[in-house]
Design a protein around this ligand. Sequence first.
Ligand SMILES: Nc1nc(=O)c2c([nH]1)NC[C@@H]1CN(c3ccc(C(=O)N[C@@H](CCC(=O)O)C(=O)O)cc3)C=[N+]21
Length: 291
Amino acid sequence: MQLLDGKLAAQAIKEDLKKKTSALQEQGKRSPHLAAILVGTDGASETYVASKVKTCAEIGFESTLKRFPSTISEEELLREIEELNNNADVDGILVQLPVPKHISDDKVINAIDPSKDVDGFHPVSVGNMVSGTPTFIPATPYGILLLLEHFKVETKGKHAVVIGRSHIVGTPMSILLSRKAYPGNCTVTICHSATTNLKEICLQGDIIVAALGQAEFLTADMVKEGAVIVDVGITRVADASKKSGFALKGDVKFDEVAPKSSAITPVPGGVGPMTIAGLLMNTYNAYMKKQ
Ligand SMILES: Nc1nc(=O)c2c([nH]1)NC[C@@H]1CN(c3ccc(C(=O)N[C@@H](CCC(=O)O)C(=O)O)cc3)C=[N+]21
């Protein structure tokens, strides 16, 4: 069993971006700049955004974190996005989701200039991905592709089973894995809450991407011997023995699935760090497109 170590793969990508950024600075150019908007004080969102900002600093990217109380109006938030759209020194804009209920996700996503849409959620980015001329791929699927590439996982002709059909992970992941380019060229099955024979389908999977958001859902009896397992889930489960009061659990029951798999991502330290790597790659690409 090979551990698909996302921390390690993300480190290699970060080092590469750091070198590229120093080269830009030596030419007297400014650095790529990511602007993140965080609304409210959700614990997990705080952690992720802090991690994105910290990683920018590590590799020499500029970053701006704009924080707003959960009482901010939709109108005001849209104005803030517009301001970042018009700021020529900002390459990538990310609005950490979820936003409070009185604010429309769709309006927020649509407000972002597609040339700065490093999350890849804007309809223009989605359209470009589907029509085979991707501009920005959502960070998590992008990170997973980079991870498979880093560890040279064979994907051609494999049956990939994607569990979950979210716009952020399941849907784009299934599209990307079906493309001809490596890593891809898979036969893809998407499973979801209305799938009746999930276990039978999973047992056929050479590659399983678990992205349904249910802690320890995928068990050993659902997995074929030698399958490659990508665990996208990250759920905080109460755990009194931890200083934080919680443990992070993936969508895969790691201890029993790992021995059966040929390769598997851990949680934490798997897809999470690669999501950040995907976001930084998108930010760098946004910067380069403007040059
Ligand atoms: N507009 C938007 N873009 C996002 O990309 C986005 C978002 N909203 N909302 C929430 C999800 C979640 N997400 C993660 C990023 C890093 C880790 C990560 O680094 N996780 C660490 C553990 C971090 C911890 O201790 O909690 C790991 O898996 O090793 C996880 C999850 C980005 N998201």
